[in-house]
Write a protein that binds this ligand. Structure first.
Ligand SMILES: Nc1ncnc2c1ncn2[C@@H]1O[C@H](COP(=O)(O)OP(=O)(O)O)[C@@H](O)[C@H]1O
Ligand SMILES: [Mg+2]
Length: 252
């Protein structure tokens, strides 16, 4: 088995995934270090969810390997995870499923997620945004080293998204976990992202998001955040200068 640098939580090397004849992921190599925030951008069908499932260990890769730090704890929030379960359940009961957590741990997490008032509510009656915060709360209470979030902002409005990214920064600061997030917003990523991966079956490019202060279109794109003088949400300019042989039509 491959050895990893000490602060690496998870690494993939030349990983590929196919379903039958269909190649969904090809030559994927990257790693996530302790406390790092990594954002994945990419069009629909690019293989983002599949990549997250492989990393979370939900599906095996077809080629290559996934190396995890010993004892790595992953909190995985799948795309569209929600109220599949028909059994009535309070938020508190849902959170207790994450293990034997103390009341104070639970209160701390609920407060951070601003859902402390919902503890005795039936999980199934919550709004989409509240469901998501409750599920995220459960993930956090498990004490993950790495949080894997698949399009968690999908059903949130613009301000909700900005709020959510701020929340993630606080989660990282307080709990110290690394975060891997798939965002469908091409322009909205945290400036605190340590790495942004652009995925379209393969990794098209990766790098740091540009600094918002230097970007003239920041105020135009994010008037809400700009007006508040916040600097935690940034713009990632994505320039394609090559074709994608795996994509229909290429160059998308
Ligand atoms: N279990 C599966 N069996 C067959 N094809 C799948 C399976 N899961 C995903 N796919 C296919 O893989 C491609 C990428 O899907 P997905 O990873 O969900 O993309 P994204 O999350 O970027 O939208 C899609 O064409 C999808 O139909
Ligand atoms: Mg997806």
């Amino acid at each position: 088995m491959k050895t990893m640098p000490k602060d690496t939580l998870i690494a993939v090397e030349n990983m590929g995934k196919r379903f039958g004849e269909k190649v969904v992921l090809k030559d994927i190599s990257f790693s996530i270090a302790k406390g790092e925030i990594v954002t994945i951008l990419g069009p629909n069908g690019a293989g983002k969810s599949t990549l997250l499932k492989v990393l979370a260990g939900v599906v095996p890769p077809s080629v290559g390997e996934v190396v995890r730090a010993e004892g790595l704890k992953i909190g995985y929030l799948s795309q569209g995870s929600g109220r599949n379960d028909a059994v009535p359940m309070t938020v508190k009961r849902l959170l207790l499923l994450s293990g034997n957590k103390s009341e104070s741990d639970m209160q701390k997490a609920l407060k951070l997620l601003k859902i402390e008032g919902l503890i005795n509510e039936d999980f199934h009656t919550l709004s989409g945004g509240q469901v998501q915060r409750a599920l995220l709360c459960r993930c956090i209470l498990r004490g993950p080293d790495l949080l894997i979030l698949d399009e968690p902002t999908l059903n949130l409005d613009f301000e909700g998204r900005i709020d959510f990214y701020r929340l993630l920064a606080r989660i990282k600061k307080i709990y110290g976990c690394a975060i891997l997030i798939v965002s469908h917003d091409l322009h909205l990523v945290m400036s605190k992202s340590d790495k942004v991966l652009c995925l379209n079956h393969h990794i098209c490019c990766q790098g740091k998001p540009e600094s918002i202060q230097k970007h003239p279109s920041y105020a135009k794109l994010f008037p809400y955040a700009a007006a508040k003088g916040e600097q935690d949400v940034g713009v990632y300019m994505h320039h394609h200068n090559h074709k994608h042989p795996l994509c229909e039509g290429g160059g998308k």
